[in-house]
Design a protein around this ligand. Structure first.
Ligand SMILES: *[C@@H]1O[C@H](CO)[C@@H](O)[C@H](O)[C@H]1NC(C)=O
Length: 430
């Protein structure tokens, strides 16, 4: 089988069985070989690269940089703890040369918990407790240390802040009876304090990034991040796959809105939402980027797919909204959607484009909205910057983000609608 280096890596080195079909650029995931649900896969794609959590994965030919976990000592004295009360943590790889005073902070993603039940479960996982976090994580894509993989940020100080609160780093409450702590906002604060003390206070350039729930967090915390620095520091924010829409699902309900209402109420999120939004809308609406992005003062880049695969599966056509399973084939493989389903998905993309219209008018905003069945395109090497990685008019994701960050040129890349883009790495589940 013919394959480029990245996909050969997948073929031989992952415990997942991933096949690149002849001629097609789909990334086919064998879920049965994994015993894992689609959502869990979509939320944990980075693990594929390292074999993390699977154990026994053969070592890859081009071994990604592995960076160790540091727990934030003393965070507990400020009440900044994971759901189970353990210390929060981060992974830091120091910058060098021209990047020595530049800082990239990436907020980890991984869904939310919206009920006591789901949060109590979550505190027994790495998304709710540092007891269960990987001691090392691979730094790939925007976190890579190699200029050929990450042309603009490779020599920056690069940080992955672990996500263990379940509310995109914004909650602040606790439940004594269940011994559960909702302290995302405090985790954010102590992590920023710690990084400042490690040299971030001298940053000349900084970028707050994050994907999925971390992409939402980078929107919610963008202006706060800006305020950590003097005016002379260049500060911008990147949200990857964070454009979660307040959309109507296939049965006419609002699955994601119901979930967000649970997150916001259970975890005491309200007081940490931007007042520019809460002064005019209800708290749950203010957890949706569409009601926030136009009011963010700091330059923000939205990187998203118009057909975000997580949103299709978890927000538009979850089994709760599709009890007969009419969407099962389509949500696993876009090639199996019929014409009315594609029409529904086109409508979803249209809503997203409408939602970002006024945001996109601002000269400082950046956009890369492609038409791929994907979710998170900055962390994985094969979507961030590789031979044949997704592009819009020949520009790949890493180039678009770099051009915007460094003001080399304005970037408002909106792809033509499906099926026109043949550079996609669409996710397909079998
Ligand atoms: C597409 O599939 C759905 C669910 O099975 C069905 O209700 C609809 O009529 C189909 N549309 C077309 C054009 O076949």
């Amino acid at each position: 089988m013919k394959c480029d280096i990245l996909f050969c890596f997948y073929l031989c080195c992952s415990t997942l069985i991933i096949v690149v079909q002849g001629g097609s650029k789909d990334v086919v995931v064998d879920l049965e070989g994994r015993g894992q649900g689609i959502l869990s896969y979509v939320e944990n794609q980075n693990d594929v690269m390292s074999g993390n959590g699977d154990g026994g994965a053969p070592s890859p030919p081009a071994k990604p940089l592995m960076v160790g976990l540091t727990l934030i000592r003393g965070a507990d004295s400020k009440g900044a703890v994971c759901l189970d009360g353990t210390l929060p943590g981060y992974h830091l790889h120091r910058g060098s040369g021209t990047g020595a005073n530049s800082w990239l902070i990436q907020l980890e993603g991984g869904g939310w918990c919206d009920t006591m039940r789901s949060c109590v479960f979550r505190k027994t996982t790495r998304r709710g407790s540092s007891k269960f976090m990987e001691k090392q994580l691979p730094f790939t894509g925007i976190l890579s240390e190699k200029p050929e993989e990450n042309p603009d940020f490779f020599n920056w100080n690069r940080v992955k802040l672990r996500y263990c609160d379940g509310a995109s780093f914004t909650g602040d409450s606790q439940n004594e009876a269940s011994q559960i702590y909702f302290r995302g906002q405090r985790i954010w604060s102590v992590a920023m304090e710690e990084l400042m003390s490690l040299g971030m206070r001298d940053a000349t350039q900084a970028l707050l990034s994050g994907c999925s729930a971390g992409g939402l967090a980078s929107i919610l915390h963008c202006d706060e991040f800006r305020e950590l620095f003097p005016q002379s520091t260049k500060v911008k924010c990147l949200s990857d796959a964070g454009m979660f829409m307040d959309a109507i699902d296939v049965s006419g309900g609002r699955t994601l809105r119901n979930m967000y209402a649970g997150v916001v109420n259970l975890q005491g999120v309200v007081k940490n939402l931007p007042s520019t939004c809460t002064s005019r809308l209800d708290p749950t609406s203010c957890f949706f980027p569409q009601n926030l992005v136009s009011n963010i003062k700091t330059p923000l880049f939205l990187l998203n797919s118009g057909y975000d695969i997580w949103q299709i599966q978890a927000s538009l056509a979850p089994s709760s909204a599709d009890p007969h399973g009419y969407w099962n084939a389509c949500k696993r493989n876009y090639l199996r959607c019929n014409s009315s389903q594609i029409e529904f998905l086109q409508g979803f993309r249209d809503q997203m484009l409408t939602a970002i219209k006024s945001f996109s008018m601002s000269s400082q905003s950046g956009l890369f909205i492609n038409s791929c069945f994907a979710h998170c395109q900055s962390e994985l090497q094969y979507t961030w910057f590789a031979d044949g990685s997704p592009s819009i008019e020949g520009k790949r994701v890493a180039q678009a983000v770099g051009d915007w960050y460094f003001d080399r040129e304005g970037v408002k890349d909106i792809d033509c609608p499906y099926p026109c883009d043949n550079t996609c790495k669409n996710l397909v589940f079998e």
